[in-house]
Ligand binder design. Sequence first.
Ligand code: ATP
Ligand code: MG
Length: 337
Amino acid sequence: LSTANTMRTVALIPGDGIGPEISDAVKKVLAAAGVPIQWEEYPISTKNVVPGQDLIPSNVLDSIRRLGYGIKGPLETPIGKGHKSLNLTLRQALGLYANVRPCRTIPGIQTKFPAVDVVIIRENTEGEYVGLEHEVVPGVVESLKVITRVASERVARFAFEFARQNKRRRVTAIHKASVLKLSDGMFLDCCRRIAAEYPDIEFKEALIELCSGYLISQPERYDVLVLTNLAGDIISDLAAGLVGGLGLTASLNKGEHTVLAEAVHGTAPDIAGKDLANPTALLLSAVLLLRDMGLQEHANRIEHAIYTVLREGQVRTRDLGGKALCSEYTQAIISKL
Ligand code: ATP
Ligand code: MG
């Protein structure tokens, strides 16, 4: 109990667009739930980037590293502004090697698919995203996919640890080792080796194309999925789509020393500043963060309050067909705590 009540400091990056509004919802709900967290706020923004200086000031990165835990709203991705995405910069600078996205059907939210309850764990540092492409001769390009034992074992171990911590039963490695014998072959081999260290968790393997079909028709086959970078990118968006989309999907980025929670949606510039945003995705991301910090009871209580409001359906934001403002929806969640 003493660890559960110790005050912790967590970095908060409100972000651009609707970021400040949904971050405000997180602060209010966690405060109302009595979560022992105080915030250290960092106004990182694409708007604050100064040409010729670091995209994200090194003292900000140091602070997040020192605190170890952070939550961020969406940051605008500049198109044609000549600098890299802040989201990507942050991920690389903090060594966030795994992306976790639980996708679970929410009672009361209509979807066209059977009930889904899966957690996608995506390798976030290598694979097809290493950016090694070149034109051999005009009309012929090559693109490299890099798979390493270190990164594969690291993400596999994280998947099993996540499964154990969250009382999940099965981890399925998704691959295309039938064709990519060396790269996906090694990824799969690493997953098998790590699986042997977790006899309490069932291990399965599935080809990615079969997995895609089954996710839509028989999602109960899957529990925790572990994938390489591009495969994880695609399957995680597919799974998010199955359960009701952008405004509801949480994610957690895991590094060796840093954990950063973030919603998967963008800055939603069309509704920014109007108190119309749905804060659920960031709130559920905060729930993931609390679980990772060992604050299970707080996490469960907040999650339950969110699900209750969504199930009852009286107070919903516009993206879910309701009329409630972000602040009203937030208040409704607080009233269920
Ligand atoms: P960015 O460039 O930052 O990715 P975007 O223009 O692509 O921004 P998204 O944030 O990806 O916008 O959103 C796409 C659509 O979904 C928009 O119409 C937006 O209003 C809506 N949307 C996204 N997130 C939310 C949310 N949390 N609540 C309500 N609507 C949302
Ligand atoms: Mg977008």
